[in-house]
Design a protein around this ligand. Structure first.
Ligand SMILES: CC(C)(COP(=O)(O)OP(=O)(O)OC[C@H]1O[C@@H](n2cnc3c(N)ncnc32)[C@H](O)[C@@H]1OP(=O)(O)O)[C@@H](O)C(=O)NCCC(=O)NCCS
Length: 167
């Protein structure tokens, strides 16, 4: 399959409302059946509230990338230094263009940044029941390192696998 000709650009402050809205759209297509609607709403506010995203943009150890196809914003990838490791923190592609290699291109973009910064691997956390995402990560060289249950407040937990891709 030939890859889509996407453009990857850094997210800037004026993009914040659109990224927040895109996150909501993708989450509502992804997480019902995996986590409750109450947890979806809680996590969207916690991670994609405008103020939170503005703060992320100010953080020197976070990189927020967005992808465009023919001028349309179709996804984003956030990466960061987390506990001394290089982490792919968020990877979300619009349902219209999933399974066309866009996730793979964003993973390659983030992995290249980690490599340039001399990190030996990229890590991520993924819900244990998010089988499509786990399949995608395995396809791009990630393997499960451990299983965790992380308290995120509000009475909710993240029931995740930590996966890593060696560079
Ligand atoms: C998971 C995700 C980031 C992968 O990006 P993508 O651009 O769709 O994936 P790619 O085309 O690069 O990779 C395709 C692989 O992903 C997996 N995959 C993606 N969509 C799938 C689907 N609808 N059904 C089954 N497997 C799927 C498969 O392993 C697939 O490989 P295959 O086509 O050879 O079987 C994207 O589908 C997405 O945003 N999903 C919803 C949000 C999400 O779960 N994000 C990850 C949170 S940790």
């Amino acid at each position: 399959m030939s890859s889509l000709n996407i453009e990857i650009r850094p997210i800037t402050p004026p993009d914040v409302p659109a990224i927040s809205a895109l996150a909501r759209e993708i989450w509502l297509a992804t997480y019902p059946g995996i986590i409750t609607q109450a947890q979806i709403d809680f996590m969207l506010e916690q991670r994609y509230g405008h103020e939170r995203l503005y703060d992320d943009l100010e953080d020197a150890e976070k990189w927020l990338d967005q992808a465009f196809l023919d001028g349309r914003r179709i996804g984003f990838a956030f990466s960061e230094i987390y506990k001394g490791e290089f982490k792919l923190d968020k990877l979300y592609i619009h349902p219209d263009v999933q399974r066309k290699g866009v996730g793979g291109q964003l993973i390659a973009h983030v992995a290249e940044r980690a490599r340039k910064l001399d990190y030996p691997c990229v890590v991520l956390a993924v819900n244990k029941r998010n089988e499509k995402a786990i399949g995608s990560y395995k396809k791009y060289g990630f393997a499960v390192r451990e299983a965790i249950v992380d308290d995120i407040g509000g009475g909710f937990v993240m029931d995740d696998y930590i996966m890593e891709k060696k560079l």
